[in-house]
Design a protein around this ligand. Structure first.
Ligand SMILES: [Ca+2]
Ligand SMILES: [Ca+2]
Length: 118
């Protein structure tokens, strides 16, 4: 499970120019880096969802509130996609046995709620 601390870290790394808020450009880059597949239209909607007061900037506070509203399954999907991409070392879209092992380790981490992650 992601904690608000992890969200905060993510926010800070997404805030490339250190301005303390995210522009839609920064958001787009950060989401892609995280493994979220997002189109231009989706991004616009996502940005609106984050930008609660509509000033065109996402502050950390807005981000934390909005992240609390994103369904957990979306996070899992993105995490798994990222794990898949990472595991698919030669990038052919298929995983062979050697590539599969690390993805199972990763999946176990995120799919077993009883496991203590920290
Ligand atoms: Ca910024
Ligand atoms: Ca705002």
């Amino acid at each position: 499970m992601a904690t608000s601390h992890q969200y905060e870290q993510w926010f800070r790394s997404a805030d490339k120019d250190g301005s303390g808020y995210l522009t839609s450009k920064e958001l787009s880059k950060a989401l892609k880096a995280k493994g979220y597949k997002i189109g231009r239209k989706q991004l616009k909607e996502q940005f609106k969802q984050f930008d609660l007061d509509g000033d065109g900037k996402i502050t950390l506070q807005e981000y934390l509130i909005a992240m609390g509203q994103v369904p957990e399954v979306l996070h899992k999907e993105a995490t798994l996609r990222k794990a898949f991409e990472k595991a698919d070392r030669n990038g052919d879209g298929n995983l062979d046995i050697g590539e599969l092992n690390p993805i199972f380790v990763e999946m176990k981490k995120y799919l077993n709620p009883d496991e203590d992650l920290h």
